[in-house]
Design a protein around this ligand. Sequence first.
Ligand code: TYD
Length: 212
Amino acid sequence: MNNKIIEGFIVFEGIDGSGTTTQMNRLAERLKRLNIPVRCDSEPTGSVAGRRLRTLLKTGNAEDPLFNTTMSSLFSLDRALHVYGENGIISTATGGVKLLCDRYFWSTAAYQGVNGDVDEILELNNAFPLPEYLFFLDVDPKEAVKRIDRRNAAKEIYETAAFLEKVRTLYRAALKRYEDSGMKIFTADTSQPADETEAFIASCLDFLPKCR
Ligand code: TYD
């Protein structure tokens, strides 16, 4: 694998309830305090494909193979627009802005991989450039579902402990394949307090001052 690595592109992955959005936002605030230009994105994005995906995440049947294949394709299409589009990942990160992203193609491998073929999904996403940093936020799925329940929002189709258990296993397997890719990959245990995870993430970033 020799995908291009985009400097300044930082991805957060993890099961629902693992804290990817919280930690991405915390890092963004930290960078802003240091006057480092930063932008936060998430997948699915606000594109036509992304908006359709948001609806399907509420109404679809995760077990249906045709639905699952459709989701993989739509997520990849949404991603292509996100990577290569105007003001997309490439143009933003190469312009010197730290581009933080809540989820990228490992989400497709892990979530759609539960009822699909991980190899095929990774093949479909094979051309996408890689982030400089990849943070995998890891938490027990039962704890994750408790957190999701506390949010009080309508649940999405993947948000059950049994499903997220499988997603977690697939994440670990998919990330292992990228160990020699040149990305800086870190796993953070997010059962610990958010402050500690935040400090850990900051300590992994070479471009930040080490004494805080
Ligand atoms: P999430 O990022 O947790 O955002 P929110 O809290 O606003 O719902 O939800 C996105 C959901 O989409 C999550 O369940 C994971 C799923 N997903 C996939 O299944 N495949 C993908 O490729 C991506 C990017 C997300």
